[in-house]
Design a protein around this ligand. Structure first.
Ligand code: ASP
Length: 333
């Protein structure tokens, strides 16, 4: 029987009370959902027990280290995680555990395991099932969908279908059968564990009428800001007449801050298409391709921690490490 390690990090699945908060989580998860014992030989570890809004770079590093240390002992890993930042953790682990040759499957629930009509039971069973398969992916398994972690995003707070992967078809739809589709390998080479992240990163979401001088003031005062992720419109356009965002970007780049551009919509940006996007490129911004905000923020943090040389960091940000820049099929979920 395959061996699967379940790492509990918290989230609604194990919560109780009003308001919901992390409960003393029982390692006897297998008593609550005994079905999973029929799928794999299981070990459950509580790594932490948090609302996922409290999970960040230090926790990603701890999870990566835990999986790295146990990787020869287990055929697959399941991470029980809150939905709010599950996509960030999935992205972070995709970068931190490059070319891991087994599945890391994140799951959670919209309703606690202890409540009626919970989705926790199904999600857990599905995640353990997928973790026994021959799959080299960090993925999110939720409401019958298996999504590449680095493409997934939380898209709904009320539906059981909490996640989607815009622009990329699911790796599997878990129905009567579970068949995982083949995807072309993005990264080749040996396994590398790089669990460090540097969190001196800010996100600026471009809006009509924004005043870039507010950010300029922050630039003047801040000595430790190192990365900026810019959420631009459409294919990568920003206001450039009057409120001059490209000028703000140039100031940031000149101060040694890396600027990575993603779109607020779904799809691949193209900074050469419009005058209002080309100006960003000329100012020294880096195109994020098809990256989601989650993929871009975690990649920037990973790049800053692992590539001290600016040219190498830029090359890392521009290369397609685990499929985050695109390359999946464009079917809609
Ligand atoms: N606030 C919760 C969390 O992310 C939400 C959830 O788990 O669905 O931990």
């Amino acid at each position: 029987m395959p061996k699967v390690l379940i790492l509990h990090t918290g989230g609604t699945l194990g919560m109780r009370g009003e308001p919901l908060q992390p409960d003393a989580f029982s390692t006897a998860l297998t008593e609550a959902v005994p079905e999973i014992l029929g799928l794999a030989e299981l070990e459950v570890r509580i790594v932490f027990n948090l609302d996922s809004s409290d999970i960040g770079p230090a926790h990603w590093a701890k999870l990566a280290a835990e999986i790295d240390a146990a990787r020869d002992e287990f055929d697959g890993f399941v991470i029980v995680h809150g939905t709010d930042t599950m996509a960030y953790t999935a992205c972070a682990l995709s970068y931190a555990l490059l070319n891991l040759d087994r599945p890391v499957i994140l799951t959670g629930a919209q309703r606690p395991l202890a409540s009626l009509r919970t989705d926790a039971r199904r999600n857990l069973v599905d995640a353990v099932e997928v973790a026994t398969r021959d799959l080299d992916e960090v993925a999110i398994c939720f409401d019958g969908l298996l999504l590449r972690g680095v493409h997934a995003t939380k898209s709904n707070v009320h539906d059981y279908r909490a996640f989607e992967s815009p622009g990329m078809a699911p790796l599997a739809r878990l129905g009567v059968d579970v068949s995982i589709r083949e995807t072309e390998a993005v990264s080749v080479g040996g396994y590398v564990c790089r669990p460090e992240f540097e969190s001196s990163v800010l996100v600026v979401h471009v809006v009509p009428g924004m005043r870039p001088q507010l950010f300029s003031r922050l630039l003047d005062d801040s000595t430790d800001l190192r990365g900026l992720v810019l959420g631009a419109y459409g294919l990568g356009t920003v206001p450039a007449a009057g409120p001059d965002v490209p000028q703000m970007v140039r100031r940031a780049v000149d101060k040694g801050i890396d600027v990575l551009v993603v779109t607020q919509s779904a799809g691949k940006i193209d900074l050469s298409q419009y005058e209002n996007s080309r100006a960003l490129k000329e100012a020294g911004a880096i195109s994020g391709g098809e990256m989601t905000m989650e993929a871009a923020v975690t990649k920037m943090m990973h790049a800053l921690a692992n590539f001290p040389d600016r040219r190498n960091r830029r090359a890392y940000l521009l290369s397609n490490i685990v499929g985050e820049r695109g390359g999946g099929s464009s079917d809609k979920v």
